[in-house]
Design a protein around this ligand. Sequence first.
Ligand SMILES: [Zn+2]
Ligand SMILES: [Zn+2]
Length: 174
Amino acid sequence: MPHWILAAAASSDSNPFQSALDFFKSPTWHFITLMGYFLFAVLWIACAYWVFKDARRRVDDKIILAVCALTGIVFGPLGLIVYAIVRPPALLADSREQELEMRMMEQRLAEESRCSFCKTPVRDDYLVCPTCARRLRATCVSCGKPVEPSWRVCPYCETDVHGAMPPVSVYDRV
Ligand SMILES: [Zn+2]
Ligand SMILES: [Zn+2]
């Protein structure tokens, strides 16, 4: 409020600004100011809380999380804007899930059988390697199912298959 208005108001009762000045001194104005401060404080706390809550879902490091929370508390809405710009894009839950998926895929790849000669990925029921044509498995003489070299008995028909796998691959062309 410019000082000339205050001076004019003080010098004359018929001042047109008098009612306005009275309003600024009234309890209503006081109440409005208080409400303003209160809303501002609520907004500030809400911003700080949101920053903390969001950071907790994105930041694993305790120190960085504390810095984020402090930014929200000290700078309020401004801190929220800054945080929203620099925050990590991925949620921790999402990145953990991705990591798990990657690990499962790696495991699956590792578990996948490979031809012991040329390392071509082969399925468990392949009898010969499709790339180098070496024998991977023998078949049961009775039921024709593929059997592992270590098996003594065919698990499908109980036929003795011990020694069914020739010591040297029949397709061996070395
Ligand atoms: Zn092979
Ligand atoms: Zn069999």
